[in-house]
Write a protein that binds this ligand. Structure first.
Ligand SMILES: Nc1ncnc2c1ncn2[C@@H]1O[C@H](COP(=O)(O)OP(=O)(O)O)[C@@H](O)[C@H]1O
Ligand SMILES: [Mg+2]
Length: 367
């Protein structure tokens, strides 16, 4: 049987693993490039264990793949550019360059007229923002890492100290007193067709995503439409192909963009069991030029990240409507090593099950 496509993926973490798994029923094979040993994606795809700029590995990808994509934006743009001269690369190197640099991202959003938190280059600040300031590394940060928080109206000296502590170019942001955090995930195919998922609510602690509630509670058609407009504008502007996630702050119904990720996203994991087409399958469809599926939810769902410590698998699976995903990663504090999705026939049932799952995960962390 011939394959539909061979998709090369830069990055072999859990996102690469779930992409590769989603490819199997479609006859889409994935070939992964990942420098770190013990890649989670190795359970579902062949992994080339080499640096992202390894010439022989890039040549092998170019030779064997139909299209190349990413599961992490922190990859060398030069490698993608080299590949893009030889085969389709989605998202494009230019889009990845925007997604990996918070300053480039903010400039792009500003140009598009998308509202964000107030921001500035730290060198141009007179003092911190009135409600407090977050300095974020321009590149390489994730899960709240590479960020320093300063109190209200921090002095110029405080900003300078924080910037030096980061030890990398940074962008300064005003702290937003949001009511909640939301995200919207969508996909765009090479012909410009799009499919959008319902807006979800995300709960973070210590800068790390803990839970996603899908669809977001109290999601009105107006809110969905507003988020949809933003994410489609961003994708169209970038000429993006594939899945893209837009993280949002909800300030009394007004949406501010926090950051974008031109890839599958943790806040979309619920779509595996909770949506008509999972974000992983959707991304493969988009980059392989296949028709997109609908993003509609099958019903209420929630996703809880497993961080640092593995819960008892049997205790998770004993909860009706709970689905366990283990990433095969070495447990370490603050490290995402799995997730659990719960679905219910209505919100009350979902919430009841979610509460039990939270308890199981909590018990593992503090036995
Ligand atoms: N300007 C801000 N105001 C308030 N909270 C913020 C702001 N920026 C980030 N945060 C909080 O920190 C979390 C992580 O920051 P984010 O910029 O999304 O970086 P990461 O790439 O680590 O996800 C956000 O989800 C939010 O909870
Ligand atoms: Mg984020």
């Amino acid at each position: 049987v011939t394959e539909t496509a061979t998709v090369g993926i830069l990055g072999g973490g859990q996102l690469g693993r779930m992409l590769a798994l989603a490819g199997v029923p479609l006859g889409i094979r994935c070939l992964i490039l990942e420098p770190a040993p013990g890649a989670p994606a190795a359970a579902a795809a062949q992994v080339l264990a080499a640096p992202y700029d390894d010439q022989a590995a890039l040549e092998e990808l170019a030779r064997r793949c139909t299209v190349v994509t990413i599961e992490v934006e922190h990859v060398p743009v030069e490698s993608l550019a080299w590949l893009a001269e030889r085969l389709p690369v989605h998202p494009s190197p230019e889009v990845v360059a925007v997604g990996q640099d918070r300053l480039a991202e903010k400039r792009r959003l500003a140009r598009l007229g998308v509202d964000t938190a107030p921001w500035a280059e730290p060198e141009q600040l007179e003092r911190g923002f009135p409600a407090g300031t977050i300095l974020k590394r321009r590149t390489g940060g994730f899960d709240g890492r590479g960020q320093v928080r300063l109190g209200p109206s921090a002095s110029l000296a405080d900003v300078a100290v924080a910037r030096d502590a980061l030890g990398a170019p940074a962008v300064a942001e005003g702290i937003v007193e949001f009511g909640r955090e939301l995200s919207v995930i969508a996909a765009r195919d090479p012909s410009g067709d799009v499919a959008v998922y319902p807006v979800v609510e995300n709960r973070h602690a210590d800068g790390i995503l803990r839970e996603t509630i899908a669809p977001a509670p109290r999601l009105t058609p107006e809110l969905q439409a507003a988020a949809e407009r933003l994410v489609v504008d961003v994708m169209d502007d970038l000429g993006h192909v594939g899945v893209l996630a837009l993280e949002l702050f909800d300030v009394d119904g007004r949406l501010l963009a926090n950051e974008l990720a031109p890839r599958v996203h943790n806040s979309g994991h619920w779509t595996i069991e909770g949506a008509t087409t999972s974000q992983f399958e959707q991304h493969l469809r988009a980059v392989a030029g296949l028709p997109l599926g609908t993003g509609a939810a099958r019903g209420p769902a929630a996703m809880v990240n497993v961080i640092g410590v593995e819960p008892d698998p049997a205790a998770v699976l004993a909860v009706p409507g709970a689905f366990l995903h283990r990433y095969g990663k070495e447990p370490r504090p603050q490290r995402k090593i799995g997730h659990v999705t719960v679905i219910g026939s209505d919100e009350a049932e979902r919430d009841e099950r979610l509460e039990v799952v939270r308890g199981v995960i909590r018990r593992a962390s503090s036995p």
